[in-house]
Design a protein around this ligand. Sequence first.
Ligand code: ATP
Ligand code: MG
Length: 265
Amino acid sequence: MAMPQIKEAVAPAEPDIAVSTRNISKNYGDVEALKDLSLEFPRGQLTSLLGPSGCGKTTLLKIIAGLLEPTSGEVEVDGKAVTGPGEDRAFVFQDFALLPWASVLRNVAFGLELRGVAKSEREARAAKYINDVGLGGFENAFPHELSGGMRQRVGLARALSVDSQVLLMDEPFSAVDEQTRRKFQEDLLELVAVENKTFIFVTHSIEEAVYVSDQIAILLPRPSRVSEIIRPAGLRDKDVDNIRRDSEYLDIVDRIWASLRNYVE
Ligand SMILES: Nc1ncnc2c1ncn2[C@@H]1O[C@H](COP(=O)(O)OP(=O)(O)OP(=O)(O)O)[C@@H](O)[C@H]1O
Ligand SMILES: [Mg+2]
């Protein structure tokens, strides 16, 4: 991974909002998946959507991606209403969504191929991100030759290579073992520091959300609504190696668990 650069130490008085959802509702037939959801996602930061299974996290992410139309309400990216998928947003799917017949290089370059970028340029850009996510040397491997964690890195490299301002990540680390997941979380923190993109990250791991987020939106189910926004701001300046033993970290984890525990089936 590239070394992180230090972010601006002084936060602007008004956060720069890259993405906002306004009064989003989504019904699937009789199922009210989302109800009147309004959220703001600051630029250059990672916001987690955290909540129990079925609370509408994937639904909200797909609506922001423009892959799914809300029943009512709207999404704005840089002040413009979203009407469908666009180059300003890239989606990292829960199930990798890789082309099984194509090499790692082609898979990573695929997002650029769809956008009509010339072969030499897209392969150069893909190669850079393959290196950045730690897959250097595997350019010619096929998805079936990779572990689950490596496949997720391919998906991440693809999303990064298209250089979208907004990265939508649906439980991107769900299919890997605990050690790999921790490494991914550290790598993600570096990416957030380096890339100045807007990360919208779905997880149902409380610890993961507290570890990686600038802001956490806690969603409650049936109908889905935002119960609380938490900004673990103080944690960012601390030594990441010791965060999991930090009292502020543990307090936030406990507080979130207290608000979610009644909703776990
Ligand atoms: N295509 C669909 N048709 C009908 N109902 C759906 C559809 N997709 C989702 N739902 C329902 O909408 C609700 C929210 O689903 P969603 O997948 O957004 O939840 P989630 O928070 O991502 O859950 P998980 O943590 O399990 O991934 C659920 O009750 C689900 O059953
Ligand atoms: Mg989901």
